[in-house]
Design a protein around this ligand. Structure first.
Ligand SMILES: CC(C)(COP(=O)(O)OP(=O)(O)OC[C@H]1O[C@@H](n2cnc3c(N)ncnc32)[C@H](O)[C@@H]1OP(=O)(O)O)[C@@H](O)C(=O)NCCC(=O)NCCS
Length: 181
């Protein structure tokens, strides 16, 4: 399942991407607002991505994870994903990570818009959600630029480096979706 936007191509991950994903997850700025923590070794990263790769064989897909690369230079610049709810709720939860050297180029916003389009147009979802640590201002801005609305705050729900952090809950529902926002 490949997704193409103006400047980016999103390809589903394979085991060949393990090295890039491990390096990405090992960058402190990438982990700053994340509950995963810096992986101790590559085997830990392997276990993180195993469910995503195994799900690719399922005929009832529930998890998607893509490597994000630039069309122009074919450089890997990040990772994005979407997990689906039980069928009766029909929603998906998205996430994204972009290497720090490429921050501020609008790539995360482009990825988020592409995932929202994929969710509503291809998967026919009813609702798409995302969670963001309340201090992650860059990511909040990305979700807002992509047309998502802040619906609420979950207090002290994220375990991050020994502290409980708050999480903002964002969403967009199908009748709010505007293509080419
Ligand atoms: C969050 C993240 C994906 C943003 O990637 P990006 O490609 O730089 O995002 P974009 O360029 O599309 O948009 C960033 C926006 O944040 C704004 N911004 C940058 N620094 C900021 C700051 N300190 N405070 C507030 N806004 C900031 C930018 O100006 C831009 O908004 P604008 O277009 O209105 O000017 C990237 O920082 C990242 O990978 N972080 C680590 C992983 C992560 O936190 N993922 C999200 C989990 S919810």
């Amino acid at each position: 399942m490949k997704i193409i936007s103006d400047r980016l191509i999103l390809k589903e991950i394979t085991w060949e991407d393990l090295g890039f994903i491990h390096e990405l997850h090992s960058i402190p700025e990438i982990d700053e607002y994340n509950t995963l923590g810096i992986p101790k070794n590559v085997d830990e990263t392997k276990e993180v991505i195993r469910p995503d790769i195994e799900d690719q064989k399922s005929d009832k897909r529930k998890k998607y994870c893509w490597i994000v690369s630039t069309i122009k230079t074919n450089e890997n610049i990040g990772l994005a994903g979407m997990s689906l709810s039980a069928d009766r709720f029909n929603y998906g939860e998205l996430y994204y990570k972009i290497i720090p050297e490429q921050w501020g180029n609008g790539y995360a916003t482009e990825v988020t818009k592409a995932l929202i389009k994929f969710g509503f147009k291809t998967l026919k979802l009813h609702r798409i959600i995302a969670g963001v640590q309340t201090e992650n201002t860059r990511s909040r801005r990305v979700l807002e630029k992509a047309g998502m609305t802040r619906e609420g705050r979950h207090k002290k729900i994220l375990p991050i480096r020994g502290e409980w952090k708050d999480n903002y809950h964002y969403a967009i529902v199908e009748d709010e979706y505007v293509e080419n926002l």
